[in-house]
Design a protein around this ligand. Structure first.
Ligand code: PBG
Length: 362
């Protein structure tokens, strides 16, 4: 056994660490003093959730006779155009500022032409939402995978997704979505150069006021499984690893973000959220633009499955996860839990005048 060199080293070798203001030692210092009651904890809480932080994802199916529940995502529904107005009214009533829309077209083809059709499902749904609740923000997810017969996010050339040939189709789709009334365009395809192509097309169409929320760091993730059932967008062969990011990479996320900002992205996104909190924190530290995190379908499905088995306290666990996403640095949280959470937050506000201790914080 040898003595630890750090213990043996003379103390004068390095300057003593600066003592931060307010730091002292036990027993003078007792952090538990500030955890003694819920009002005390509330006073010193660094991160709190607000309904205004959330975006709720909506699936809208073209030509469907009835609303259909999504098996792996309890509480999530594929809506018909007919039911959409009532659904968005209840979302807005919870104080949620916006929705992100995914369309299920009645027909698909090799290039995904349903994505930019003026009577496409997203375009019709956007108009229906704007008629029902004009102030609710409509974010149009922009990707071809729900519209292509092969389920990939771009057009194919020799069995590969062809990047540059896909760009004009994305640009055309963005213009069509914005013309239908979408407030924000959110490209999720992961083609190189798409933000620039979309910005150019929007500007040329007189839509320079429409912002772009880029899925800048979108990983090739197994957490998207339930979404592909909900959006009927699973690739028919292969996977998305030649265009979505490798889960092992963090520096590359910063490179993607830098690129998208240079091309004109107004907001950026990290996706998924929970296995990528380090990426959220690093992107937050490296940029000043608003940052969104997508709490994706598989993350939601795991919570719901555990809750259905009685293994966890769904409300506390959900609030803890979403607080973690915000604490990591997300300004905006896209989550299938948004309606539940905002319902719980509203209930807490109503309990505000209850005797101290009635609220458990979460
Ligand atoms: C479309 C898209 C996907 C998600 C959002 N937009 C699926 C995918 O890339 O395969 C996933 C969202 C979720 O899992 O909740 N490309």
């Amino acid at each position: 056994m040898t003595a630890s060199p750090s213990i043996a080293a003379p103390r004068s070798a390095a300057p003593p660490p600066a003592t931060p203001v307010g730091v002292g030692r036990f027993p003078t210092v007792r952090p538990r003093r500030l955890r003694s009651s819920e009002p005390m904890r509330q006073l010193v809480r660094e991160t709190t959730l607000d309904a205004g932080d959330f975006i709720y994802p909506l699936f809208v199916a073209e030509g469907a006779a009835t609303d259909r529940p999504v098996g792996a995502m309890p509480g999530v529904t594929q809506w018909t155009l007919r039911s959409l107005p009532a659904e968005v009214e209840s979302i807005a009533a919870l104080g949620i500022p916006g929705v992100i829309l995914f369309g299920l077209p009645a027909e698909k083809d090799a290039v995904g032409s349903g994505a930019w059709a003026s009577e496409g499902i997203i375009q019709q749904a956007t108009r229906a939402i704007k008629r029902a609740v004009p102030e609710l923000l409509v974010i149009a997810d922009l990707c071809l995978c729900e519209y292509t017969s092969h389920g990939h996010c771009g057009v194919l050339r020799d069995g590969q997704v062809a990047n540059d040939e896909t760009l004009p189709l994305l640009a055309q789709t963005a213009v069509s979505q914005a013309e239908a009334g979408a407030d924000i365009i959110a490209p999720s395809d992961m083609m190189d150069g798409r933000v620039g192509a979309i910005r150019g097309a929007l500007d040329a169409a007189g839509l320079s006021a429409v912002p772009i929320l880029s899925y800048a760091a979108k990983y090739a993730s197994a957490f998207y499984g339930p979404f592909r059932e909900a959006a009927q967008s699973a690739p028919q062969f292969g996977d998305r690893r030649s265009y979505q990011m490798d889960p092992g990479n963090a520096r590359e996320a910063l490179r993607e973000v830098e690129q998208d900002l240079a091309e004109g992205a107004d907001m950026i996104m990290v996706k998924p959220a929970l296995a990528y909190l380090d990426i959220i924190a690093r992107v937050r530290a490296a940029t000043t633009v608003p940052l969104a995190a997508y709490n994706v379908s598989g993350e939601y499905a795991m919570v719901k499955a555990a809750a259905a088995n009685g293994w966890i306290d769904e409300r506390r666990l959900t609030l803890e996860l979403l607080t973690g996403i915000k604490r990591a640095g997300a300004d905006v949280i896209i989550s299938y839990h948004a309606k539940d959470v905002c319902g719980w937050l509203c209930a807490r506000v109503e309990r505000h005048n209850d005797p101290v201790g009635a609220s458990d914080g979460w």
